[in-house]
Design a protein around this ligand. Structure first.
Ligand SMILES: [Zn+2]
Ligand SMILES: [Zn+2]
Length: 239
């Protein structure tokens, strides 16, 4: 019974607008993510002017609506200003029984953290923006010391009610073969399995890296997420 209701929820995740943006709801969405959803139905990695991206948050969310994105997160580095502005914009629109459905915008953030003596990026979603545990990470710059430790980042995101995902696992000075098990041991929830490392046009997850990261994620019971890591003016590309 439980399995049935989970899979029903998962299949609905890309069809029905859900006003709830809790981590429990996001788990259903992550469970349902497949490569075919990316990047036009789901995109969990985008930057705005509020960090090192080029789009104003209002322009980003307008473009998301135009594309027909159903689930998305703005993941600026150490800032949720872009998320807040996009959320405000969505609220102002109202979406009265319109043809273009309101996308679900999840809270998001990208944090620099130390893992196995190198720097990695940890994506965070569906956390409570006001929660004390997340405050050190939304001050506009990278943190140091204890706060910088990946285990502590993951723990803080969980305390704030959110989920943590290892960003672009094959873009670091250590292999995903080392990093993913270490992050899993610290309680990370997912890996950014579907990622275009070579900035192709049109966007598509890099086949070789995707296969490796997918297998490692499966071995450790992690969610597979997708994102374009947009820094330019199109949500369908990285640059
Ligand atoms: Zn990154
Ligand atoms: Zn990024």
């Amino acid at each position: 019974m439980v399995t049935q209701s989970l899979s029903t929820s998962a299949s609905q995740a890309f069809k029905t607008y859900s006003p709830s943006t809790s981590a429990a709801q996001l788990r259903h969405v992550f469970q349902a993510i497949a490569p075919k959803h990316c990047p036009s139905l789901a995109n969990f990695h985008m930057h705005t002017l509020c960090s090192d991206g080029q789009l104003r948050p209002e322009a980003l969310i307008q473009q998301a609506v135009d594309i027909g994105l159903r689930n998305l997160a703005i993941t600026d580095h150490h800032s949720i200003d872009g998320y807040r502005r996009a959320k405000q914009w969505l609220g102002d629109q109202g979406f009265p029984d319109s043809d273009s459905p309101c996308p679900t915008l999840w809270s998001g953030l990208e944090i620099n953290a130390g893992l196995l003596d190198i720097e990695v990026h940890i994506l965070c979603y569906a956390f409570e923006p006001e929660h004390l545990a997340i405050q050190p990470y939304i001050q506009g710059e990278s943190v140091f010391g204890y706060d910088y430790n990946a285990a502590h980042v993951i723990q803080s995101v969980h305390q704030a009610g959110g989920l943590a995902v290892l960003a672009h696992p094959d873009r670091y000075r250590r292999s995903p073969v080392e990093l993913i098990p270490a992050a899993a041991q610290m309680g990370i929830d997912g890996v950014e399995t579907y990622y275009a490392y070579d900035n192709p046009k049109p966007w598509r997850p890099s086949p070789k890296q995707t296969e490796l990261v997918y297998q490692l994620g499966e071995q450790h019971g992690l969610f597979h997420t997708c994102g374009t890591d947009t820094h330019g003016d199109s949500l369908l590309r990285r640059l």
